[in-house]
Design a protein around this ligand. Sequence first.
Ligand code: NCD
Ligand code: ZN
Length: 333
Amino acid sequence: MQLTINAPLDMHLHLREAQMLQLVAPLSAAHFAGAVVMPNLQSPVDSQQKLLAYRRAIVEAAADDSFTPYMTLFFRPYTKAELEAAREHIIGIKLYPAGITTQSEAGVADFESIGETVALMEELQIPLLVHGESNGFVMEREREFLAIYRWLAESFPRLAIIMEHITTADTLDILDEFPNVAATVTLHHLMLTLDDVVGGLMQPHLFCKPIAKTPHDLQALRAAVFSGHPRILFGSDSAPHPTHAKECCGCAAGVFSAPVALPKLVELFAAQDKLDVLPDFVTNNAQRFYGITPNPKKVHIHDEAWTVPLSYGSVRPFLAGEQIQWQVTAIEK
Ligand code: NCD
Ligand code: ZN
């Protein structure tokens, strides 16, 4: 059986820099027409100059003119002039609570201070992408952040807000309460609970932020995604770290899923007999919510099994060594 997906998009992706960028950018470009690139580099992407330099590096590393990097700035207080200048180069601005995840130390420490910049973003119609976790108990962090999502959605009703990599049943309620809010969901959060991470032998390659939650949360996320919810977008949150930074004391958070994401999604949707809603999840919902028109890249996928390599360069991928029943066999640009 063959399936063709038009212009699949990854709406949340970490491409890193230097050697890691060279390794991972071509892997995303091989399957996706575009991706929303996260700005949490060692020195955050928080100026137009850094943004344009980073974009150039990505385009060069991807070496594929049918792959569009949709760039984001790292949230800080910006002036109107800065935002006006940046607007045409970005798809949105990514807000991290300070210190909540990899390279987010420069994030927001005091949410009462963000109103002015967020109001400007609403005025200029620049979407706000949010890593929504408090600094409370690890399993409650997303739930504790919901009050901030509600405050943002109510106070800035014309602002497009994207709740990134959501993991709990409660977070889904916000989508029904506010039409200006969308959410990304990862592949791994459609497959894992906390048990998979720490219920048996500890699995560092499944450790990520937000941490995988309960069976109830997993079922709720899967039901929402397979129902074809129009404001749930696929975002892999593929976040590569070299093996030595994962298999050590003080394991870095992040699951590297870019090379397996699309074929594994096809497998999951096919198993639910829901292939009809896959195009909405991987492209149409994102196009509609963000108002983007991606490259007309066609990705052909066949039901031919392959075994995921144990590593790509220095990085172990999600599902390493496992079989996936579908594979990308051809790309039409
Ligand atoms: C991401 C990373 O490594 O940059 N890690 C992760 O666990 N998801 C950052 C993030 O999105 O939280
Ligand atoms: Zn991320």
